[in-house]
Design a protein around this ligand. Structure first.
Ligand code: MSP
Length: 632
């Protein structure tokens, strides 16, 4: 195994606040970083923010502030969030950092000098949301398949990267290194894409159209295309070209992304690296998407909770555990609070929480509140072997990027330990002083198993691992070292045992009381209408592109929305929502309402919302809805 490990997350766009998708990728990267550190491998973990390009320039313009100021605000939200999720990144990069801008210019110049960047004419369909040109055949009904918006037809002179030149090399590299892109389905997706001729990549934007970017070193009238800029962050952070970190960590580079950005990472980036004479990264690890089913969320517990808020509601480690346990790496998953609570109750409260509290209570009682002295002849061979086997399985799972399987293996060991208690019945032995020696040996084996479990779970649930070590008197002297998991003798004789608070209290579902059925008069229904009357109302799915408070109003928010065409609407939701949290949301609007002016701003439509005990809530969707789609 290589003695270095370099893990990166995507650098997140600063046009919207962090959400659970960003949290998931960053938590997975954190688990990997913690795990490799624990195996003694020198590790570098990078995350950060992607701050240039059309998208950011546009939201900043709508918000009426400079792009850098906008980027500063949102980038800070990410930086503040990561410690709250116990993320242990070694570096936080921003593409507006001076050293990054220099690295981008250095690489551009290098590739330009070697002849792989040329100047040419381009015309085509440009989608602002994707920040790229589309070929006509890629459009669906003339629209961008991702954003459902008709792209603009643009014709301009630009700089191009000779990506096509590296097509055969890339196919060959992927075939020779079958785990270059993993899981396999994504490797196949990239290879399928490479079956078509690869086009050259347009890597500049004229300043007449976009100023918010890194100026090309060889033409100051152009800025760099945001992807050519952003991908380079992965080497900037290692002080490419001369840095020691680059030498040490680049050969061990592993990127972590979701499937949405497979093409830039699987195709643009390796060809860019090749052209810049940098060796390819080691692995591209691609995971699926979290989808949301908020109606289930509300049905199960009677309240709608933003997924990131579940961390505050149920605790960080439960949140991390759920995300890591419930998603099969590479496949999509559905996020529901109901599933979260179920996992918390069964795996965390029942299996792990009970094991810890039972063991500590009994050990305090039968061993005078201290770790007893114990010779190796009393080590339970089966339990010890099970611990060793678990370590081997966990190692395999990490090699394969199968974190949910690693957790399954650890939980098997937790349940073997639970079974050990049931089979040995310490409470029965405790009734007869004759059994004293045997009883203490059992307790010692249980404490050693708890120590093993703490180390095994520490990359996933670092806080819980520390709490358990604390209870078995080992918090200070335990190095989190994977090789030491099955060292049964590592517990220090005489260390005090302490009962802590319950690690994971069970969550009892509020019994939902069925609401009493009222008659029409009591619920104040409006007079009946027929379907034709209803059908006159044109309801649409709208995606919010930008949001800002209407000047001088404390209630009105001006929303720039996309319903297949761009519009402005004004909504009286400013007391219940912050403008920035609305960006990116899909909502329901009445699209054919006569325009009305609200505090000087013309509103062309109205969003739908309802009152709740906590204030207004805007109508949203259970599943992914298409921008502009009709609502029937
Ligand atoms: N700025 C680019 C990346 C440049 S990397 C050189 C970008 N940013 S992003 O803010 O849109 O982040 C996309 C990434 O966020 C995904 O690849 C994934 O890591 C994470 N996720 C966003 N939504 C997600 C889900 N619903 N589910 C899982 N992860 C998702 O693309």
């Amino acid at each position: 195994m290589s003695k270095a490990f370099y893990i990166t997350t995507p650098i997140y766009y600063v046009n919207a606040s962090p959400h659970i998708g960003h949290a998931y990728t960053t938590i997975v990267a954190d688990v990997l970083a913690r795990y490799y550190r624990m195996t003694g491998v020198e590790t570098f973990f990078l995350t950060g923010t992607d701050e240039h390009g059309d998208k950011i320039a546009e939201v900043a313009k709508t918000a009426g502030i400079a792009p850098k100021e906008y980027a500063d605000r949102i980038s800070a939200q990410f930086r503040i969030l990561w410690p709250e999720l116990s993320i242990t990144n070694d570096y936080f990069i921003r593409t507006t950092d001076q050293n990054h801008q220099e690295t981008v210019r250095y690489i551009l110049q290098k590739v330009y000098t070697s002849g792989d960047i040329y100047f040419g004419q381009y015309e085509g369909y440009y989608c602002v949301g994707c920040e790229r040109f589309y070929m006509e055949k890629e459009l669906v009904d003339g629209k961008c398949p991702d954003h459902q918006v008709q792209p603009e037809y643009r014709k301009e002179s630009n700089y191009f990267f000779r990506m096509s030149k590296y097509q055969d090399w890339l196919i060959d590299h992927i075939k020779k290194n079958p785990d270059f892109i993993r899981p396999e389905r994504y490797k196949n997706e990239v290879l399928a894409f490479l079956r078509e001729p690869l086009e050259d990549l347009c890597i500049s934007r004229p300043k007449t159209r976009l100023e918010w970017g890194i100026t090309l070193p060889f033409d100051e009238n152009y800025v760099t295309y945001v992807w050519f800029d952003a991908l380079i962050n992965y080497v900037t952070a290692l002080d490419y070209p001369a840095g020691e970190k680059f030498k040490k960590f680049w050969p061990a580079a592993q990127h972590l992304i979701a499937k949405d950005i497979l093409k830039p990472h699987g195709i643009y980036w390796p060809t860019m690296l090749k052209a810049a004479d940098i060796e390819p990264y080691r692995h591209l690890n691609v995971h699926g998407y979290w989808n949301f089913d908020s109606s289930k969320m509300s049905k199960s517990l009677g309240n709608v909770v933003q997924p990131l808020e579940l961390k505050d509601k149920y605790g960080l480690d439960a949140f991390r555990y759920f995300l890591l346990r419930d998603m099969v790496f590479g496949l999509d998953s559905n996020f529901s609070e109901e599933a979260f609570v179920q996992r918390l109750n069964s795996d965390l409260a029942n299996d792990l929480g009970n094991l810890v509290s039972r063991t500590i209570t009994m050990a305090i009682k039968y061993c005078d509140g201290k770790v007893p002295a114990m010779g190796p002849e009393h080590y339970d061979k089966l339990l010890l072997q099970a611990a060793q086997q678990t370590v081997a399985e966990v190692e395999n799972c990490f090699q394969e990027m199968s974190l949910h399987k690693a957790l399954i293996a650890i939980w098997e060991f937790i349940n073997i330990t639970n079974k050990y208690i049931v089979e040995n019945e310490p409470w029965t032995l405790g009734k007869d002083p004759e059994n004293g020696g045997k009883l203490v040996a059992i307790m010692y084996n249980l404490l050693a198993a708890l120590r093993a479990i703490s180390i095994l779970i520490s990359p996933f649930m670092p806080g819980t691992a520390q709490k358990i070590l604390q209870q078995i008197g080992a918090a200070e002297n335990q190095k989190l070292d994977l090789a030491g998991v099955a060292k049964w003798g590592a517990l220090k004789t005489g260390s005090p045992l302490t009962r802590g608070e319950s690690l994971f209290p069970r969550i009892e579902k509020d019994k939902e009381k069925p609401a009493p059925v009222k008659n029409a008069a009591a619920i104040d229904l409006k007079p009946e209408i027929d379907y034709e009357e209803f059908a006159k109302v044109d309801l649409r799915v709208a995606t919010i592109l930008a949001a800002q408070m209407v000047p001088k109003s404390n209630k009105l928010i001006q929303l720039t929305i996309d319903i297949g065409e761009e519009r402005t609407i004004v909504a009286g939701i400013g007391k219940d929502y912050k403008p920035e949290e609305m960006i990116g949301k899909k909502i329901v609007i009445v699209a054919n309402l006569k325009p009305a002016k609200l505090m000087g701003v013309e509103s062309r439509g109205m969003l739908l919302a309802t009152d709740t005990a906590e204030g207004l809530t805007v109508l949203a969707f259970d599943r992914e809805a298409k921008t502009g789609a009709k609502i029937r």
